[in-house]
Design a protein around this ligand. Structure first.
Ligand code: ADP
Length: 488
């Protein structure tokens, strides 16, 4: 199993992909080639056909103009103008073959013209017959002029005007465009060469612009992978890469923070583990060697061992709890209940502390409200906040739990008048394993309490935070959004 995975990794490594530059170049070339092929196909194969179709369209346009103006405009003038402008032979005859208008702009070149002179309109008559057997009201033919070997459009249409029928004949040469086609083709060769060179230059520039910043980021990432956190992910050129470098830089800072915190953790945890273990060992030895026979001392020493064991299990429990909360499969057990009930329930646990150690812990309530939350988890948050306040409060031992109702939420604040938290550390207190510098042995914690609170509040999607003034105390708070319906 393991071997096959190794082989797969090897294979993955072996099958090297092209560089980004190569891909960009290849794609660009494919596009250029595609454009060129289309250009060539159109110029080489379709240009003469297209030209012919355009000519037929012209002839038919002229015919429609002549027919629509027939009877209303001066037909002789119209025919002359059209014949002259479009280089055509135009003939309109009545049903009997008598000329109504005749305009020959083609001279001797005209097949129809010659037919009229030499054959007395025999070809024209045949063409008229062809029209009669056709389905449509006009016929168009492309014929080769026997005398000159060039192509021409012959057009014949029957139309009615004022109760009589008329025939319109048009002959138009399709001028040879060989020389034009040759010029276009020659130009196409130049265009192809220029386009290829241009494509080459542009792809080199584009791919350089795209891949250079990526290469820079890769270099930086390599150093980062080797554990150099002094690097800075910085790449410019286009928005995506700039965004990527910002994200990578943020990730790097996060990793750096976590690494620093982990280092602290190892120092803290090993200290926290070692101290109780040393105590457990020392007191156990003491019971064995000295106090075993003295019940009073033995009990006292046993109690110390139990306390220290509790401390150890607290630490281990906190670590487990946090990793469970962070493992994303934690589900909240939501229910609706009174906020007063929750706070009073938590405060019950502090009765002993208040009575024996002189702490002044008071609840300043607002109007009771029904909240929706995971009761046990929210109690845990309150415990953590209050425990911290107890641990870090000043000599006055004064702690307030304040309920403030706002239109949309219930805000709970735990206020102490302890030493406060320096401004630059405020952001870190909710971080895992963060512990303030001067922590007394009695207030030994795990550095995990607030991160557990953070995870619980995040799961609930409650806003939370801390405000603190150095020297005058801290306020840890969270806000429970309320459902109006529950409170009506
Ligand atoms: P700990 O187990 O160390 O209390 P927490 O995550 O609960 O861990 O708190 C992290 C750190 O935040 C504490 O070590 C302390 O420096 C600081 N802190 C928390 N609550 C208070 C408070 N009420 N007053 C001053 N500092 C506090």
């Amino acid at each position: 199993m393991r071997r096959s995975r190794k082989n797969a990794v090897k294979k993955k490594k072996k099958r090297r992909k092209f560089r980004l530059k190569t891909y960009v170049f290849l794609y660009f070339m494919v596009v250029v080639l595609f454009i060129l092929v289309i250009l060539w196909v159109f110029q080489y194969f379709f240009l003469p056909r297209y030209y012919r179709a355009a000519k037929i369209r012209d002839v038919s346009d002229v015919a429609q103009k002549l027919i629509s103006g027939f009877g209303r405009e001066n037909i002789d003038f119209n025919a002359r103008r059209m014949a002259f402008n479009n280089n055509m032979f135009i003939l309109i005859t009545d049903e009997d073959g008598k000329d109504v208008a005749l305009e020959n702009n083609l001279g001797n070149y005209s097949v129809f013209g010659k037919d009229k002179e030499i054959n007395f309109g025999k070809t024209l008559y045949q063409f008229r017959q062809k029209l009669q057997s056709a389905d449509s009201d006009h016929v168009t033919s492309i014929v080769t002029n026997d005398d000159f070997g060039s192509e021409e459009v012959f057009y014949c249409q029957k139309f009615n005007d004022g109760g009589s029928s008329f025939y319109l004949f048009i002959e138009a040469p399709i001028e040879p465009i060989d020389s034009t086609v040759d010029i276009v083709r020659e130009q196409l060769v130049y265009i192809t060469i220029i386009l290829f060179e241009l494509a080459f230059i542009v792809t080199v520039l584009i791919s350089h612009r795209i891949s250079l910043p990526i290469e820079q980021l890769t270099e930086t990432a390599k150093k980062f992978g080797e554990g150099d956190y002094s690097i800075e992910f910085k790449a410019e050129g286009y928005r995506e890469i700039e965004e990527l470098s910002v994200v990578l830089d943020d990730a790097k800072n996060e990793v750096k923070n976590v690494t620093d915190l982990k280092k602290d953790l190892i120092a803290n945890i090993s200290h926290d583990l070692r101290t109780p273990l040393t105590m457990v060992k020392a007191y156990a030895e003491m019971i064995r060697d000295l106090s075993g026979d003295d019940p009073k001392k033995r009990e006292k020493h046993c109690q110390i061992i139990i306390d220290e064991a509790d401390r150890l299990s607290n630490l281990v429990n906190s670590i487990l709890e946090l990793s469970k909360l962070e493992s994303s499969n934690t589900e909240l057990d939501l229910s609706s209940y009174s906020v007063h009930e929750q706070i009073e329930d938590v405060l019950k646990r502090y009765t002993l502390l208040i009575e024996e150690n002189g702490y002044d812990i008071s609840f300043i309530p607002d109007e009771d409200r029904i909240i929706r939350a995971d009761h046990d988890k929210l109690s845990q948050v309150l415990y953590n906040f209050i425990n911290n306040a107890v641990n870090y409060t000043g000599e006055e031992k004064h702690i307030r739990i304040r309920q403030i109702n706002t239109p949309k939420a219930v805000r709970i604040e735990v206020v102490d008048n302890g030493p406060g938290i320096p401004k630059d550390k405020l952001k870190q207190v909710f971080d895992r394993y963060y512990r303030g510098g001067k922590v007394k042995r009695e207030t030994v914690g795990t550095g995990l309490g607030l991160s557990i609170c953070k995870e619980i509040l995040r799961l609930h999607e409650f806003a939370f935070g801390v405000a603190s003034e150095e020297g005058s105390g801290s306020t840890f708070w969270f806000e429970i959004p309320i459902n109006q319906n529950d409170n009506e």
